[in-house]
Design a protein around this ligand. Structure first.
Ligand code: UD1
Ligand code: UDP
Length: 400
């Protein structure tokens, strides 16, 4: 892993978290359940906003579906979970993971007895959190509701996870009008839908403001940015389960072809999923201008987003963050549940066909007008105040 940083300095600068559980012991309890890196990034501002609500008690439960990648965010956000189920196993299958999650979260719900739970997004943790709460008739709030690709195998299993959560939840925090409209078309009552923006923009803005000023990038990333200063840097991430096998092989072939150019460098913080690592190490190991590094903590990843020429990714969160920083994104998927970036022209779907990925990457590298048309900072996903809106709605529903 990267050199351990002094996270106390980061967190003082970054988060300034109000005291947790800042209400009296008879106040209603809201349990925030999360387990992976993106959920933690998108929920730390929500936990912060909830903790500032005097009429609530905020309790946190991490499933640790991810371990190291979750802990990177917990450290920086200075969240010490009240419950840590420590569920991750190496190379876990979906059915094993789901079983452990359902049982572990169920026991936690029985112990905590919250008046409401909050889940985010579309992971196995979020789906099992909603289901375990439903089995106990505890109401569910869904952060980042209404994203739909309308293809249950892309992304897989996330499209079905979020539909299950959508069926159970009675508070749907839709990031955009498009996601709200998807919920309406599924007959979710209007009074259960709130367009709040996506909390990832809250996390991004508070972090980006500090990076490079109050927070220095880590020595490894700093050295790489120096070493590649005369090249165009392409930031890369890839981890989708539906791409395992042919898809990842094709992506790795495309990256190898792009790296054959002498004017580019690829910085690729590799997801800890062993299925991703094996393929990428085989295809890209030993190339001087491809830096495969350990997952970056959030401020350093935001630093990479700021420094790169563009991003090549299959990540959901990166599709939301890059446009906010004016970075073009080539999305290595056939569909997206986040059409806003594509519609605005800052993101483009390139699938996993190696020729198309390479062609589109070369257009961004070679055609300045084309690059400029995609490199416009805009924020279709939020204004940085989503978490406060969510906390206000949750508090109002529990205290009226
Ligand atoms: C999960 C989510 C996916 C989300 C992604 C974010 C599901 C089914 N998938 O996919 O929606 O986009 O997280 O990254 O919920 N591992 C580690 N350490 C870590 C994290 C992962 O070693 O900190 C390895 C383990 O071997 C683990 C494997 O990665 O078994 C897969 O983790 P898992 O959470 O099941 O799936 P992801 O592919 O990470
Ligand atoms: N991210 C990070 N370090 C990395 C790669 C990504 O902090 O090395 C952040 C990124 O900024 C985004 C989130 O992790 O907020 C995306 O997570 P991931 O791609 O694992 O999941 P997805 O968004 O696809 O569910």
């Amino acid at each position: 892993m990267n050199e351990k940083h002094d996270y106390r300095i980061f967190s003082q600068l970054l988060i300034d978290l109000p005291a947790m559980n800042n209400a009296n012991s008879s106040a209603p309890k809201v349990l925030v359940i999360f387990g992976t890196r993106p959920e933690a990034i998108k929920l730390f501002p929500v936990v912060r906003a909830l903790s500032a609500q005097p009429a609530l008690r905020t309790v946190t439960c991490v499933t640790a579906q991810h371990r190291q990648m979750l802990d990177q965010v917990l450290d920086i956000a200075e969240i010490r979970p009240d419950h840590d189920l420590d569920l991750m196993r190496a190379d876990q299958s979906l059915d094993e993971l789901t079983t452990r999650l359902l049982q572990g979260i169920g026991k936690t719900l029985d112990a905590v007895q919250p008046q409401r739970i909050i889940v985010q997004g579309d992971t196995a943790t979020a789906m099992c959190g909603a289901l375990a709460a439903y089995y106990r008739q505890i109401p569910v709030s869904h952060v980042e509701a209404g994203l739909r690709s309308y293809n249950i195998y892309h992304p897989w299993p996330e499209e079905v996870n979020r539909k299950i959560i959508g069926t159970i939840a009675d508070q749907h925090f839709a990031p955009t009008e498009t996601s709200a409209e998807a919920l309406r078309s599924e007959n979710i009552p209007e009074n259960q839908i709130s367009i709040t923006g996506n909390t990832v923009i809250d996390a991004l803005l508070v972090t980006a403001e500090k990076v490079g000023k109050d927070i220095a990038l880590n020595p490894e990333l700093t050295a790489l940015l120096g070493r590649f200063a005369d090249r165009k840097i392409i930031g890369v991430t890839s981890h989708r389960r539906e791409n395992f096998g042919d898809g990842l092989n094709q992506i790795s072939a495309a990256l190898r072809n792009i790296a054959a150019r002498d004017d580019v460098a690829l910085i690729f913080p590799i997801h800890l999923n062993p299925n991703v690592r094996a393929v990428m190490n085989n295809a890209l190991g030993g190339l001087d201008n491809v830096a495969m590094i350990e997952p970056l903590d959030y401020p350093n990843f935001v630093g990479l987003l700021g420094a790169c020429h563009f991003m090549l990714t299959d990540s959901g969160g990166v599709q939301e963050e890059a446009p906010a920083l004016g970075k073009p994104v080539l999305v290595m998927r056939n569909t997206t549940e986040r059409p806003e970036g594509v519609e605005a022209g800052t993101a483009k779907l390139v699938g996993t066909d190696p020729d198309l990925i390479e062609t589109e990457a070369c257009r961004l590298l070679d055609e300045q007008d084309y690059y400029d048309s995609m490199a416009r900072a805009h924020n279709p996903f939020g204004d940085g105040k989503s978490s406060e809106r969510i906390a206000d709605i949750v508090a109002a529903s529990l205290t009226r």
